[in-house]
Every structure is written in C-alpha cells, then in structure tokens.
Write a protein that binds this ligand. Structure first.
Ligand code: FES
Length: 141
C-alpha cells in the first residue's frame, strides 16, 4: 500500500544564506545591496534551501522568518506564531495552511491570516523574490 502524505512536517531553522552555495555566498554575501530593513537578504539557492511543499525557518537581522514553498510559490511570514511562542516553520504544512505545532491554530501562508482559533491576529508577511535561482527575502517594516 502506498502512503501519500497529506501534510509536510517542517522544522529546519537556519541563518540567512546558510543554504547558499559557496559561489553565491562569496559573490553577494548574506545581505544584498541596501543596508537596513529595506534590503533584500539572500537566503540561498532555492532548490538547496527546500523542496516543494516544504518549510524553512531563517533568521534575518534577528527576525525569525518562516518560508513556505507551495505549488511553486514561496511565501514568507513572521515565524513566531501570533498566539504564543512557537515557530510556524516547525508546524505541519497542508496545502496553503500551516498548522502551529503548539495549539494547532491554522495560518494561510499566502496572506498571513489566521483561519482557526486560537489564532486571532494576522501574521506579518515579507516580500520574496527569486533571482537567477537564488531566494531573497525583504523584511516588512
Ligand atoms: S502558539 Fe500557535 S496556536 Fe498557540
């Protein structure tokens, strides 16, 4: 019997640029061009970071960011659940919803909206771009 997983169990947390290849890291460093929170931060080579329907936790300028790859799109949210002290990137990804590992609240990774109790506050989103196979995140203010 073939078992088909319906949810991905996530849980890796790395520093920004930790999954970058040596060549990428050497050429651009961990932070792209502009200084400050408006900068694009290199996370690494997209396919080295994570696979499809997977999550990754990164820390950028002391901000924990959860990255979620679903249906070919990458979404970035604050990683700390708005309900308590848990990392969404260590939860269970089922389609576009991440289930918090602590109290099972659900968040839509596309919008940051909490979709079930006990989550009542939305999660901040961050900008994401993929350039030449490399994944970048720009923190929201
Ligand atoms: S800490 Fe996330 S739902 Fe409670």
């Amino acid at each position: 019997m073939k078992v088909i997983p319906i949810a991905a169990v996530c849980g890796r947390t790395v520093q920004a640029a930790a999954c970058a290849s040596d060549a990428v890291a050497a050429s651009s460093g961990a932070v792209a061009a502009n200084a400050g929170s408006a900068a694009w931060h290199l996370i690494g080579a997209l396919d080295a970071c994570f696979g499809e329907n997977d999550c990754l936790g990164v820390t950028i300028d002391a901000v924990k960011v959860g990255l979620f790859r679903v249906d070919g799109e990458i979404h970035a949210l604050d990683d700390i659940c708005t309900h308590g002290n848990a990392l969404l990137s260590e939860g269970f990804l089922d389609g576009h919803e991440i289930e918090c590992p602590l109290h099972a609240g659900l968040v839509d990774v596309r919008t940051g909206k909490g979709t079930t109790a006990p989550i009542v506050r939305d999660t901040r989103r961050h900008d994401v771009r993929v350039d030449d196979g490399n994944l970048y995140v720009r923190l929201s203010r």
